[in-house]
Design a binder for this molecule. Structure first.
Ligand code: ZN
Length: 65
């Protein structure tokens, strides 16, 4: 259970299907990726940073110069 938002990966043991959950507590976006290859690619792409760049909640609040 992700309370404050973040990235959680489960099922990395052998013979399990990895599942990555990204949850943003600001805009309540939940993204799930399943499958070893897809999870690996997902993690490599730094999804938290990527989401932060386009998070609707952050953009609304963001200080525009
Ligand atoms: Zn967000």
């Amino acid at each position: 259970m992700i309370r404050r938002g973040g990235l959680q990966v489960r099922g990395l043991e052998r013979d399990q299907t990895p599942v990555a959950d990204l949850y943003c507590h600001r805009c309540h976006t939940h993204q799930r990726v399943t499958g070893r290859t897809r999870v690996q690619d997902f993690m490599r792409a730094n999804p938290l940073l990527e989401h932060r760049a386009r998070c609707s909640a952050l953009q609304k609040k963001g200080t525009t110069p």
